[in-house]
Structure formats: structure tokens, C-alpha cells
Design a protein around this ligand. Structure first.
Ligand code: ATP
Ligand code: MG
Length: 566
């Protein structure tokens, strides 16, 4: 949304639009986002959403939301509602322009009749297999259907009877009459209508013939007065067909512009594969925080701001490429760093007893809520005789360069005191460390020593009697390979599923200030990462998702690249 990038460089789509406006081809900019309601939206759709709504915003135009619901077999209102929710959550408003391609079924039917009357469409009795066979290949021309030269009267009658439901599925189609030798296969008499005796989620049993995507899409854009039909590259070679339909009908003619779809490392983006992950139980549902769906990312703790920022940073291009997942995570970190309050949480607790702190007493220490945002203020954190620190922050025999706690060593507890480990309690059977005995130096309150002595580590901690138990879900990438489709013969992308993509920590401890936090609330757990309250949370049982760790691999790589360049 940065005004600066808007002015300083125009992407190729903006350049085309600028020119269209300058030449008077269009007087305004009207875009649309046209999902098919056959699955949940994913991060790739977010790219298309941001692109279309932001272009409308930049040019003072409009952007519609349209359900491209031409296939009754795979679509449902569940998906329709989820799509609306996701687009809204991303921060976009289609105002009163929410449409369905199925709203246009009558108009499309009339237009089909018009093409038949002009001798530009015909009813064909070839089976779907035969149609494929007759189509030819990239190197050989197709063959004309024996039904291609039916009279207009016969075509009108048969098409009407198709509509009335007189014929079984697959027995007939309506096809455009273009050119079976055309070098573009899409122009070889494409199918416009097929017979489907299926109930549609909106039109019910009114229709038993349904328009193909190719026949519906361009005309739907035309009906809505869309000026710029922005779509992904695989539709580039459908454009001549869309142009042909619109020219034959002589109706408003949007300009189609294709851009490269988003691919992300460690991510599958096909709706069919996402559905498979859900249906076969590889994830807990469409909104599993490991899914690249918008609802999954939302549950994970990603923010709309971060996703929008990501989509704008990657920009638009004419060639396909794969974006590093680390860049998306970097954008999430960048936003949460500015906005998420800091709290202390211990994921793998090790008990610490401060021997010289009086039993039963509590002291409240001031902690900064967000060093990046002074307006976030401070809070009071309880300190007592029994604390928890991370198991990882103690080593009985510290290796070189390990500066955290060890026997006889002193460290700082964040916002509290210097503490020194004076004894280690172990389980007599397993030899495992179960408790540390420490002393604290009351003169170091707030974290510095009046005598100027230094410590090399600062640890986070929680007060054991005050801390809230919580379940914490840690996530890794859903796939082990950057390209999940990179498989050996006989394998599928499912063979690349990461068996460690979810780790559940059943008893972590969190400082009491998070008590009552609503699902969706995001925090930085100091030194651990960003976390978000999961909807599974109840007043008795807190559940957190790890949104992202603090380690910014993308920023690190960029820094290295910069150093190499200079
Ligand atoms: P899939 O191939 O996963 O089924 P789709 O393209 O069929 O996805 P649609 O619901 O038709 O899904 O997509 C709606 C809009 O979102 C289209 O304009 C499409 O071009 C765009 N879109 C879908 N996937 C991506 C992606 N990965 N990157 C950018 N845009 C996308
Ligand atoms: Mg599609």
C-alpha cells in the first residue's frame, strides 16, 4: 500500500492500464476477483485479490467479487461463505458488487441461441472421448465433427431439447463453430454447454445444461462492465477464444491481462491437493495452521497487513517462478514485531528455587510491552521464590561459548535480577536434572549490578505459582522438500509430507497477563517467537499456535547477498 512504490515504478499491468486510459479505450478501471467456490482460498488467491482490489483503489475504480459457479458438481455454499469471509478479512470491500456467474445463466443461454442463429454454434453428438480424439494435437489439425453442418433450425431445436432435459449426460454438447485446423487448440470448436443432470447450489434443478468456464467467463466479465480482466498465465491461450466470443456477440469487451501465479516453496497450492490433504486427514481441516489457506494462515496468527505487504512486495510478472516461503514469514515477523505485545512464556519448563527469596512473598516487576512501540506501555510481572526457565537455558557441563546458566554461573532474569546457580537437584533414578537451586542478588533489581559486574546472558522466566499452564502447538513446514512435487517414480506429493510438521507441547507456562486473551490474540513470547491464541482455547485450557519463530532466514540471506555485492 506504499504510495512511494506506486509512483516510482509502474508494473506492466499498470502500464497497460495507463495506456488504455490515455487512449480512451476505457474511462475507468473496473476489476474483479472471480474464484470458483469449490474450495477455500489460499495464499495464491491472496495475490490475485490484492492485485485486483489494489488496482481498483489506485485508479479510483471498482472491484467486484464474483463466484464463478459453473460446475455444480464441486461447488457449495460453504465455500461461498468462506470466500467472502476471507476476502473481507484481507481488508477488501466489494460494496454491493457481489455476483454469481449463475446469475447470468439466462443471458448466456440467450447468447448461445444467438450464436446458433448466426451459424456460429452447433449441437454435436460426439462423446467427450470422441471430441478429444477429433481435436487433433499441436502438430496435427483436428477433424470436423460429422454434426458440424446441422441446419440452424435443427440446432435450435436440439439445443432447446438439451435444456429441457431430454438427453442423457454426455450424449450431446453445444460447440462453437470456429476452425478445427486452428493452430490454437482452444479455437477448435470448443464446447460451450454440456449436459449435467445435477443440482446447482443456487439455481437448483432449473438447469441440466451448464456453460463451460470458457463460455461463461469472458461474458460474465462483459456483463459486469469489467475493463481489465486480470487472470493467470494459463489463460493466455484462451484469450483468442474469449475475444472471438465477445466479438461475435458485439458486447462490451474487457481487456484480458495475464500474470504469473504465485508458487511458494514447501507449499502445494492446487485446490485439488489441498482438498486431498483435508479429506485424507493429513491435516486437521481447511484451517489447519499448516495449510496455505487464508483461514489456515489466519488461525496460525498471520495478519492481513503482513499478507498484503507480501503480495505487494513480490509484485507481478509475466513468467512463472517460485517465491521463498521465508519472505512470507519475514513479512509476518516485520508486522508482528511492530504490533505484538511481548510476554514471557516457558515451553519446556525447568524449576528454579531462589533460596534467599522469602517463601510466600511476591514482588511485581515492571516489564516493557513492546520496545518497538512506546505507546504500548508496561505491565507488572510477578516474581517469587519458585520460577520456571527453559530446560535449554541450563547445562550442567556448558560447552564453549554457552553463556547461559550452569553450576556456579550468574545470569540475568529479564526485567528481574541476577541469579546464580548454587546447586542442582537430580532424579536419583534417571539422573535427569529436575530442579535448580539459585540465589538472587537483591541489589540487581531491574537487571543491572551497582558494582558494574556483567553477565553474559539474559533468560526469560515465569513465576511458578502465578504462571498459566498452556498447550502450545509448534509448526514446521508441511513438506520436507522446497518443491513438494519433487518425487521419485511411483510416489506422490504425500510422500514428501513432513512427519514433524506439528509438535504439541502439552504443558508450557505463560505469565499471568495473558489471562482471558481471546482467540486470535497475538504475542511475542520473548526469545521464542510469535504466538497466537487458538480458537480451541477455553477458560480452563489455553491453546497457542506458534505463528513464526524469531529467526529471520530471509533477512539473513539478503544481508549476505548485499555483503557479497559490495
Ligand atoms: P486451483 O488451480 O488451485 O484450482 P484456480 O485457479 O482454479 O485454482 P480459482 O478459484 O479459479 O482457482 O481462482 C480464482 C482467481 O484466483 C483466478 O483469477 C486465478 O487466476 C487466481 N489464482 C488462483 N491461484 C493463484 C495463484 N497461485 N497465484 C495467483 N493467482 C491465483
Ligand atoms: Mg480456476
Amino acid at each position: 500500500m506504499s504510495g512511494e512504490t506506486e509512483r516510482s515504478s509502474r508494473n506492466f499491468i499498470q502500464q497497460i492500464i495507463d495506456q488504455d486510459l490515455a487512449e480512451g479505450r476505457f474511462r475507468e478501471v473496473h476489476t474483479r476477483f472471480p474464484p470458483e467456490p469449490n474450495g477455500y482460498l489460499h495464499i495464491g488467491h491472496a495475490k490475485a485479490i490484492v492485485l485486483n482490489f489494489e488496482l481498483a483503489r489506485q485508479y479510483g475504480g471498482k472491484c467486484n467479487l464474483r463466484m464463478d459457479d459453473t460446475n455444480p458438481l464441486t461447488e457449495s455454499t460453504e465455500y461461498v461463505e468462506a470466500i467472502k469471509q476471507d476476502v473481507r478479512w484481507l481488508g477488501y470491500d466489494w460494496e454491493d458488487r457481489f455476483y454469481f456467474a449463475s446469475d447470468y445463466f439466462d443471458q448466456l443461454y440467450q447468447w448461445a441461441v444467438e450464436l446458433i442463429k448466426k451459424g456460429k454454434a452447433y449441437v454435436c453428438d460426439l462423446s467427450p472421448e470422441q471430441i478429444r480424439e477429433y481435436r487433433g494435437t499441436l502438430t496435427t489439425p483436428g477433424r470436423e465433427s460429422p454434426w458440424r453442418n446441422r441446419s440452424v433450425e435443427e440446432n435450435l431445436e436440439l439445443f432447446e431439447r438439451m435444456r429441457r432435459g431430454e438427453f442423457p449426460e454426455g450424449s450431446r454438447t453445444l460447440r462453437a463453430k470456429i476452425d478445427m485446423a486452428h493452430p490454437n487448440l482452444n479455437m477448435r470448436d470448443p464446447v460451450m454447454y454440456r449436459i449435467l443432470h445435477a443440482r446447482h447450489h443456487r439455481t437448483g434443478d432449473k438447469w441440466c445444461i451448464y456453460p463451460t468456464y470458457d463460455w461463461a467467463h469472458g461474458q460474465s466479465d462483459s456483463i459486469e462492465g469489467i475493463t481489465h480482466s486480470i487472470c493467470t498465465l494459463e489463460f493466455e491461450n484462451h484469450r483468442p477464444l474469449y475475444d472471438w466470443f465477445l466479438d461475435q456477440l458485439g458486447v462490451h469487451h474487457p481487456r484480458q491481462i495475464e500474470f504469473a501465479r504465485l508458487n511458494l516453496t514447501y507449499t502445494v497450492m492446487s485446490k485439488r491437493k489441498l482438498l486431498q490433504l483435508v479429506q485424507e486427514g493429513h491435516v486437521r481441516g481447511w484451517d489447519d495452521p499448516r495449510m496455505p489457506t487464508i483461514c489456515g494462515l489466519r488461525r496460525r496468527g498471520y495478519t492481513p497487513e503482513a499478507i498484503r505487504n507480501f503480495c505487494q512486495r513480490i509484485g507481478v510478472a509475466k513468467f512463472n517462478s517460485t517465491v521463498d516461503l521465508a519472505l512470507l514469514e519475514h513479512c509476518v515477523r516485520e508486522h508482528l514485531n511492530r504490533t505484538a505485545p511481548r510476554v514471557m512464556a516457558v515451553l519446556r519448563p525447568l524449576k528454579v528455587v531462589i533460596e534467599n527469596f522469602p517463601e510466600g512473598e511476591v514482588e511485581y516487576l515492571e516489564a516493557i510491552n513492546n520496545p518497538e512501540d512506546p505507546s504500548a506501555g508496561t505491565r507488572q510481572v510477578p516474581f517469587s521464590r519458585e520460577l520456571y526457565i527453559e530446560q535449554d537455558d541450563f547445562r550442567e557441563e556448558p560447552p564453549p561459548k554457552y553463556y547461559r546458566l550452569a553450576p556456579g554461573r550468574e545470569v540475568r532474569l529479564r526485567y528481574a535480577y541476577f541469579v546464580k546457580c548454587v546447586d542442582v537437584v537430580k532424579d536419583p533414578q534417571t539422573g535427569q536434572v529436575t530442579e535448580l537451586r539459585c540465589t538472587y542478588d537483591p541489589a540487581t533489581r531491574g537487571g543491572s549490578a551497582p558494582d558494574g559486574r556483567k553477565v553474559k546472558a539474559t533468560l526469560h522466566w515465569v513465576s511458578a505459582p502465578h504462571a498459566l499452564p498452556a498447550e502450545v502447538r509448534l509448526y514446521e513446514t508441511l513438506f520436507t522438500k522446497p518443491d513438494p512435487e519433487d518425487v521419485e517414480e511411483g510416489q506422490t506429493f504425500l510422500d514428501n509430507l513432513n512427519p514433524h510438521s506439528l509438535e504439541v507441547i502439552s504443558q508450557a507456562f505463560i505469565e499471568p497477563s495473558v489471562k482471558g486473551a481471546a482467540p486470535g490474540t497475538r504475542y511475542q513470547f520473548e526469545r521464542l517467537g510469535y504466538f497466537c491464541v487458538d480458537p480451541d482455547t477455553t477458560p480452563e485450557h489455553l491453546v497457542f499456535n506458534r505463528t513464526v519463530t524469531l529467526k529471520d532466514t530471509w533477512a539473513k540471506v539478503q544481508k549476505k547477498l548485499q555483503q557479497q555485492r559490495s
